[in-house]
Design a protein around this ligand. Sequence first.
Ligand code: HEC
Ligand code: HEC
Ligand code: HEC
Ligand code: HEC
Ligand code: HEC
Ligand code: HEC
Length: 255
Amino acid sequence: MCTDCHTAHAVQRVTNPNDRKQLTAEARQRIPQTCARCHNAIFEKYKKSVHGAALLENINPDVPTCIDCHGVHNIGDPTTAAFRLKSPQICAKCHTDPARMSKYGISTQVLTTYVADFHGTTVTLFEKQTPDAQTNKPVCYDCHGIHDISRVDDPQKGLEIKQNLLTRCQRCHPDATSNFPDAWLSHYIPSPEKTPLVYYVNLFYQIFIPALLGGMTVLVVLDAARRIYEKAEGRKGKGEGRYAKMKDEAESSKS
Ligand code: HEC
Ligand code: HEC
Ligand code: HEC
Ligand code: HEC
Ligand code: HEC
Ligand code: HEC
């Protein structure tokens, strides 16, 4: 009830008096403790996560607190198919924002690259067409964790450590062996340094396909033009057209 979160006689200010849409920094920092009164196990995990540590230790306003992902007075069930399918957008709100991410040197390409790969493509398609359907493809939190998200270079839990990543893949790909994640580009955009083979094969097709189709088009157009021209020439009488003359000249010069 209202008083569980706001107290009865000690109600504290939550919004900035000059801008009612903005929470004060202190109010934001208080939120996890408010929820922790009843959701303590989750709070304990969140506290140690990359997001929670930044909020609770440094009053960092850039990281999500409970309500950025769950809402406040409209908290819904986060285990539904619909919540799962739209969850990448919750993460993307901050993780594609260059102003927010540049301070930490974190890539803002994580959504684009996720959507470009086989997992994300399917999740995005489901979200648009059947938002209530269960999906067995991973969303951001299947790999990164939910309340216990850590830095990717964390020496214990980070996903840059192959074994940690493999454990995540194996939840859905139980037969995956240690080099299985190598078959996947992660959040990287193909580049000559990181994934030269993929990069150059892509580049080859980027040049080869337009060149091939362009060449075919030119060939067909030239061929058609010549046929039409010859037909028109032919109507004037055999051997009288400019083409026929050129052909005669060519033959006589050869002999
Ligand atoms: C689960 C905890 C929780 C409950 C229950 C809750 N609130 Fe809140 N409330 C919050 C948090 C956290 C904020 C600050 C976040 C925000 O304003 O978006 C807030 C903000 C507010 C605000 C100021 C900002 C705004 O949205 O207008 C008011 C007023 C408010 N609550 C009133 C209420 C009333 C009245 C009830 C009961 C009908 C209630 N709250 C129930 C957690 C709660
Ligand atoms: C970065 C986004 C994010 C933040 C921050 C976050 N959660 Fe969650 N939470 C989720 C997602 C996603 C799920 C759904 C997980 C699932 O599918 O099981 C979830 C599930 C839950 C659940 C229900 C399922 C369960 O595990 O019992 C509760 C309760 C919950 N969160 C409370 C909290 C509280 C309290 C905080 C703050 C201390 C918090 N969350 C912070 C994303 C978040
Ligand atoms: C007074 C205790 C209490 C407080 C404080 C509280 N919750 Fe809950 N919350 C519950 C209970 C109990 C449930 C389970 C309700 C049910 O399953 O019917 C729940 C369920 C949830 C769920 C899962 C909803 C679902 O349908 O599965 C989420 C998410 C959640 N709470 C988030 C929060 C957040 C975020 C805060 C802080 C802003 C918060 N709660 C504060 C008691 C609390
Ligand atoms: C299939 C697993 C998987 C999914 C799904 C996934 N990630 Fe990642 N993510 C990774 C791995 C692995 C890395 C570490 C890449 C590296 O540095 O080698 C990473 C790195 C990151 C980083 C750190 C980037 C940096 O510059 O340090 C962020 C932020 C991130 N992911 C967010 C997301 C978001 C947001 C989504 C959903 C839109 C998502 N991830 C989906 C596996 C995944
Ligand atoms: C309210 C904004 C916000 C939301 C929402 C958010 N993040 Fe973050 N996230 C941040 C910020 C800011 C940092 C950097 C914190 C730091 O380094 O102190 C961060 C850090 C991270 C990192 C660590 C990157 C590294 O340095 O290795 C990962 C992974 C990550 N977030 C994943 C996610 C995922 C997955 C979700 C969705 C479930 C999500 N985030 C939702 C703001 C957000
Ligand atoms: C939540 C479950 C889940 C997780 C976690 C997961 N995957 Fe997948 N993955 C799938 C599903 C389902 C498909 C089939 C996609 C389709 O056909 O649309 C798939 C397809 C693939 C494919 C393409 C296979 C093919 O036949 O085209 C590769 C490669 C792959 N995953 C790699 C990974 C890697 C690497 C990881 C760990 C970093 C991972 N997956 C984590 C569910 C998952």
